[in-house]
Design a protein around this ligand. Structure first.
Ligand SMILES: [Fe+2]
Length: 314
């Protein structure tokens, strides 16, 4: 009988800039170390990796697999529904992430990896796109790379939800205000982050960005739009059409993603386990800084992003 220790992992590239389909593995908490090492290497190389047919996973096995990549962390403000790290991304909670973003960048040590599992898939639409923020930086003209290297940006969870979602119903607005933005976080990150495992330079932007430090609103918006456009170029992205039982894992330090909101009122349910990251460093070695509040409070359940890794001395 085939067991985890005899798994042979195959990697098939999906896009030129990022994305690969991994097959020959049944995900769970019991994978052999060499299989985990193979998945991690593919993840760092391809930024987002996809697995079909993982229907056997439940909440426990999903989390147990996540633990092979690092320490699961709770969302800083949204409580876990059932005392688990698995975070629901459900269409009926207004969970339509149709803005380009990197998960949880409003705290300093935002997650390194997200492991997303499709539980209920709509009959059409609801695809997810990912963009490679390392190639977005690498392909900038030299003068723009130099400009980006010296910039820092403030990220916050307290963005103008109503302005982004003019069709939001009052329950969605209340949930955003009372849950998602119940604690207002402001974090200053370098716009160019040096990846702690690959050494690559990545653009650290996305929809939690409020402004570029030291610039006026108009200049800030123009510069964010300029760099963000390089992230979002179609050639710099890959698109995944979900089937039930699919799992996607992405390197949250080298990607942005976008959930396409085009499945009308059909139900879409995914579960996400996020794995702790560390405090970003810019090209000058300066770390990200939490501006507000004075520390990341403990979530209602589990540990918060950044809690498993030491703060840098600086
Ligand atoms: Fe997300």
């Amino acid at each position: 009988m085939s067991t985890a220790t005899t798994t042979s992992l195959t990697v098939q590239k999906l896009g030129g800039r990022l994305g690969a389909v991994l097959s020959g593995v049944r995900l769970g908490g019991d994978l052999a170390p060499e299989t985990v090492a193979g998945i991690r290497a593919a993840l760092l190389a391809h930024k987002v990796v996809f697995f079909r047919g993982q229907d056997h996973l439940d909440e426990d096995a999903h989390e147990a697999f996540g633990r092979l990549l690092g320490t699961p962390v709770a969302h800083p403000t949204v409580p876990s529904a059932d005392g688990r790290y698995s975070f629901p991304i459900d269409s009926d909670y207004g969970g339509r992430a149709n803005q380009w973003h990197t998960d949880v960048t409003f705290v300093p040590a935002y997650p390194a990896f997200s492991v997303l599992r499709a539980v209920v898939v709509p009959p059409y639409g609801g695809n997810t796109l990912w963009a490679n923020t390392a190639t977005a930086y690498e392909n900038l003209p030299e003068p723009l790379r130099q400009l980006a290297d010296g910039l820092r940006a403030v990220h916050s969870n307290a963005y103008d939800y109503a302005a982004l979602r003019p069709d939001a119903v009052p329950e969605q607005l209340a949930r955003f205000r009372d849950v998602f933005a119940s604690t207002k976080f402001l974090t200053e990150h370098p716009v160019v982050r040096v990846h702690p495992e690959t050494g690559e330079r990545t653009l650290l932007l996305g929809n939690f960005v409020q402004r570029i430090s030291g610039l006026t609103g108009a200049d800030s918006r123009a510069l964010v739009a300029l760099f963000q456009a390089h992230v979002e170029r179609p050639e710099n992205t890959v698109r995944w059409q979900w089937q039930t039982g699919d799992v996607a894992i992405w390197d949250n330090r080298a990607t942005q993603h976008y959930g396409v909101d085009d499945s009308d009122d059909h139900v879409r349910k995914l579960r996400r386990v996020t794995i702790d990251g560390d405090v970003p460093l810019g090209v000058d070695g300066q770390p990200s800084r939490l501006l507000e509040p004075s520390s990341v409070p403990d979530p209602a359940f589990g540990i918060a992003s950044g809690a498993s890794t030491a703060e840098p001395a600086a």
